[in-house]
Design a protein around this ligand. Structure first.
Ligand code: CTP
Length: 416
């Protein structure tokens, strides 16, 4: 599918690790990419423009307003040209500017205009990296689908040892190529309407207490971002989370399993694909006390009753819709996953290990198995939830194409 070389804009910001940028540029070129460099003003203090112009064989852009260029469209043109915006090294300051939507130089303006994937490789002093402001900015960027290669531990320019060193250029390039390889899929879900559920549900005991689980909604929101990026229309039905709702999605916020059940049934009609990533409570308190439950000297036993199994109900009513479920398991993963797939009449199920701290609930990364009705198992190694969402949507796309191909063939055969 390499009809033309990959187009990469390499953004370089002002940190000591900027000296590694030419190496990244060279490696990208060696792998067949065409690269244009954009520097922040601070980056020019660490690395010469001439070096990058010679290597990229193109003018390097620094200023928003340079002579003889049409400033009104230049960043837009470059944003359209790019298949990937890679920022390496990315300073704390530039991450903050991206996170807050500032557009005070060429690179930040380009970032705001870019519709292509964005990959950032932060590098800074360990204290700056650990600062809550930096971590919050990064979390915000991740939520919006920006891929991040975290810095490594090592000896830093400040003389201390810690986390903050730019990731290995080879790793950065490898990651960039994985993202670029997915380019032919761009907007391949146009025309699909994907209904996604995300987050936990909260089942209230009284005005103060409730039963819930450790889901944060990250996986479901990543799926929503990924589906939107690929051109699908998205309805996101979400339990309580702290995540910002993806722009462009229809978002319906619910609290209890019962509310999620009603919202899903009310919105499934228009959907062509339904993905149930939510961690729905299986039980709720049998009675809700409108006043605070007061303690007594005795032990307390809570009476719980079942909530509706949303996925099973959707499985009964799904018609021609493609239905994807999730399974959080702590043992006999494949066996339990397969049972759920069959019992709930699913087309695909993603099974993850709920016992692992690095993946699954609340983590930024996930790993697991994707299983289909024919018994095919795809193992998805540990990766960001956004990348995993992309791989899952690849399978959804394949199955839709196969199903429609079959239906088309059947109609043709009927017509003789
Ligand atoms: N699910 C649902 N409604 C429920 C419970 C679960 O729609 N009341 C969906 C989840 O969104 C998920 C799938 O069912 O896609 C599997 O959830 P999981 O908690 O792993 O399994 P359960 O069916 O609840 O089975 P068990 O708790 O016995 O493992």
């Amino acid at each position: 599918m390499s009809e033309r070389p990959y187009h990469v804009v390499l953004g370089i910001t002002g940190g000591i690790a900027a000296y590694k940028a030419p190496e990244i540029l060279r490696q990208l070129q060696q792998r067949g990419a065409e690269v244009r460099a954009v520097l922040t003003r601070a980056a020019t203090r660490f690395i010469g423009r001439v070096t990058l112009e010679a290597l990229s064989r193109h003018p390097v852009v620094v200023e928003m307003f340079e002579p003889n260029v049409n400033v009104a469209v230049r960043h837009v043109e470059m944003a359209r040209w790019a298949d990937l915006l890679l920022v390496a090294p990315a300073t704390a300051h530039t991450l903050a500017r991206f996170a807050h939507g500032l557009a005070d130089d060429f690179l930040t303006t380009l970032y705001l205009s870019a519709r292509c994937p964005v990959l950032v490789a932060p590098a800074m002093d360990a204290e700056m990296w650990e600062n809550a402001a930096t971590q919050e900015n990064l979390a915000r960027l991740r939520e919006r689908g920006v891929a991040v290669i975290p810095p490594e531990r090592g000896y830093l320019a400040s003389g201390i040892e810690g986390e903050g060193r730019l990731a290995d250029p080879e790793q950065i390039v490898a990651r960039a190529l994985v993202i670029l390889a997915a380019r032919p899929y761009a907007r391949d879900l146009e025309g699909e309407h994907i209904l996604i559920t995300a987050g936990p549900t909260c089942e209230d005991l009284d005005p103060i207490r409730y039963l819930t689980n450790r889901s944060t909604g990250k996986m479901g929101y990543a799926l929503a971002h990924a589906a939107l990026a690929r051109g699908a229309q998205v309805t996101l039905i979400s339990g309580p989370t702290t995540l910002a709702p993806p722009p462009d999605a229809q978002v319906i916020l619910v609290r209890r399993a019962e509310e999620m059940y009603r919202a899903v049934l009310a919105h499934m009609e228009a959907a062509t694909v339904i993905i149930k990533a939510a961690a729905v409570a299986d039980y709720r308190p049998k009675a809700f006390s409108p006043t605070k439950l007061k303690k007594t000297g005795a032990d307390l036993t809570l009476a719980l009753e079942r909530t509706p199994d949303i996925l099973a109900e959707v499985g009964r009513r799904k018609g021609s819709r493609l239905l994807v479920g999730f399974a959080a398991e702590t043992e006999a993963h494949l066996e339990h996953g397969r049972q759920k797939l069959l019992q709930k009449n699913l087309d695909l199920i993603f099974i993850n290990d709920a016992a692992s701290a690095e993946t699954g609930f609340a983590a930024d990364e996930n790993a697991g198995f994707l299983l289909d009705r024919e018994g095919d198992v795809v193992e998805l190694p540990r990766m960001s939830k956004y990348e995993l969402a992309m791989r899952l949507l690849d399978r959804v796309r394949e199955r839709l194409a196969r199903r429609r191909g079959d239906a088309h063939r059947e109609r043709a055969e009927e017509r003789g």
